[in-house]
Design a binder for this molecule. Structure first.
Ligand code: NAD
Ligand code: UDX
Length: 464
């Protein structure tokens, strides 16, 4: 079976870049990305390709090449579903904020809405691909909903989790470590559907990197992969605290440990804590699933990764207060970076939000600079926490467009996102503009300590 027409529901951080790369690599396949968010679709269609809603290195060039040729962004969800042979569901699956499983389980309401809409609209057979990250066994629920209309339309459900990381999405999509496709390996129709998706990826991914499994393994592999990655960060962050007490340096420890080929060097950078829309959500979901099967030890084991991460964020902020003579009330603190990592404008679960909230509770005055995050987003992140009124947030937090302006007259500067430009700041000039003693807190191990101390900074870095 040859796929001619793809629809992707959800034009977010995954749907947008993934479909742009599929459209670029498969110019004969029509790819339509749909979303109910009109503003987002309008931005994807902006004449100036630099205004697309997601900042990812290399993405605007691909959109420029494929948009209007075989890549389309639209709010006409029904039409795109009707026309497609293959439908990717790439909608958000955040942690539930209400009811059973509140604060733990993934909220599947948008997934179910998609399934109901597909069932209602479809007149021809479809391959439905789970691109969103979903709890293991979601495909069974999807199948029930899709089959419930009894109108004779046949569906094959595949699981094809996405492993891209933000900030490197384009590279990750063009050159993935693997592509995972789960499907019904027991039936001919199931195998045919899997082959159809394999063939799409095989346009640019070597066959040996395309892995096919049963649906449940594929669904569970995604949660497991994120849990393993986050666990490495929490492990090194746990050691960073011990380093600070003992005179060991976490970078040296990470290097020594990571050179063991069984461990490997990646994902061992100590930090102010991991953020992003995936790690916390997916681990909480894993913990919830384990608990629902009464696997207490399994659940507790993975929950510790989150507990450690929350501790790391809090401990960083608490250390700032302690170092600055146990009070930051009325003090001006410059925060460099608001995104959850460099090279993205995404701020979901960013450590910066929690550090800012902690310092605001201590009555600090905060000035934020981030090269890609808007003022509107920063206030909205703080308002979402609900720690204080929107007015109070706007009164205590100022957002500026220039790092030097942020640091002017500050008691302290905190580096919270590892943007390259912070490495090359004129730190002597920063120092000269600050109040003395000038405190500098590096939550990313981005800055070279000795040169900062030579300038005169009271310098503190995670794990140093
Ligand atoms: P996102 O919030 O950026 O995008 C989701 C989009 O889906 C939104 O624009 C929303 O308006 C749209 N949507 C929701 N319900 C809809 C409906 N019924 N019809 C049409 N559009 C609808 O989310 P994201 O970051 O792209 O994540 C999507 C999924 O991919 C999640 O399950 C996530 O766990 C997973 N994932 C994310 C990443 C990542 O780095 N962000 C990586 C791998 C997997
Ligand atoms: C992650 C997974 O890497 C990706 O495979 C999955 O598809 C989605 O979730 P993402 O959240 O976009 O991707 O970014 P990632 O690079 O994993 O970073 C997550 C967080 O961990 C960031 O806040 C990052 O700064 C932090 N991190 C990462 C560290 O603190 N130290 C590290 O060594 C690595």
């Amino acid at each position: 079976m040859k796929i001619k027409n793809i629809c992707c529901i959800g034009a977010g951080y995954v749907g947008g870049p993934t479909m742009a790369v599929i459209a670029q690599k498969c110019p004969k396949v029509k790819v339509t990305v749909v979303d109910i968010n009109e503003k987002r679709i309008k931005q994807w269609n902006d004449e100036n390709v630099e205004n697309i809603p997601i900042y990812e290195p290399g993405l605007s060039e691909i959109v420029k090449e494929a948009r209007g040729r075989n890549l389309f962004f639209s709010t006409e969800v029904d039409k795109a579903i009707d026309e497609a042979d293959m439908i990717f569901i790439s909608v958000n699956t955040p942690t539930k904020t209400y009811g059973i499983g509140k604060g733990m389980a993934a909220d599947l309401k948008w997934i179910e809405l998609c399934a109901r809409q597909i069932a209602e609209v479809s007149k021809s057979d479809k391959i439905v691909v789970e691109k969103s990250t979903l709890p293991v066994r979601t495909a069974a629920a999807l199948k029930e909903i899709l089959d419930s209309t009894g109108n004779g339309v046949k569906y094959q459900i595949l699981s094809n989790p996405e492993f891209l990381a933000e900030g490197t999405a384009v590279d990750d999509l063009k050159n993935p470590d693997r592509v995972l496709i789960g499907g019904d390996i027991e039936t001919e129709e199931g195998k045919e559907a899997m082959d159809a998706l394999v063939n799409i990826y095989a346009s640019w991914v070597p066959r040996e990197k395309i892995l096919t499994t049963n649906v449940w393994s594929s669904e569970l592999s995604k949660l497991t992969a994120n849990a393993f990655l986050a666990q490495r960060v929490s492990s090194i962050n746990a050691i960073s605290e011990l380093c600070e007490k003992t005179g060991a340096d976490v970078n040296e420890v990470a290097k020594a440990v990571g050179m063991d080929t069984r461990v490997g060097p990646k994902f061992l950078n100590a930090s102010v804590g991991f953020g992003g829309s995936c790690f916390q959500k997916d681990i909480l979901n894993l913990v919830y699933i384990a608990r629902s099967f009464n696997l207490k030890e399994v659940a507790d084991y993975w929950e510790q990764v989150i507990i450690m991460n929350d501790h790391q964020k809090r401990r960083f902020a608490a250390n700032m207060v302690r170092t600055m003579y146990n009070t930051v009330s009325g003090k001006k603190i410059a925060m460099l970076g608001w995104a959850f990592k460099k090279d993205t404008n995404d701020t979901r679960e960013s450590a910066s939000i929690y550090v800012a909230d902690y310092l605001l509770n201590e009555q600090a005055e905060i000035i934020v600079y981030d090269p890609k995050v808007t003022e509107e987003q920063i206030y909205s992140d703080l308002d979402y926490l609900g720690s204080r009124s929107g007015d109070a947030n706007r009164q205590a937090v100022t957002v500026v467009n220039d790092p030097m302006e942020a640091c002017e007259g500050a008691h302290a500067v905190a580096v919270l996102t590892e943007w390259d430009e912070f490495k090359d700041l004129d730190w002597k000039m920063v120092y000269d503009q600050m109040l003395k003693p000038a405190f500098l807190f590096d939550g990313r191990r981005l800055l070279e300590p000795s040169t900062k101390r030579e300038i005169g900074f009271e310098f503190y870095a995670i794990g140093n």
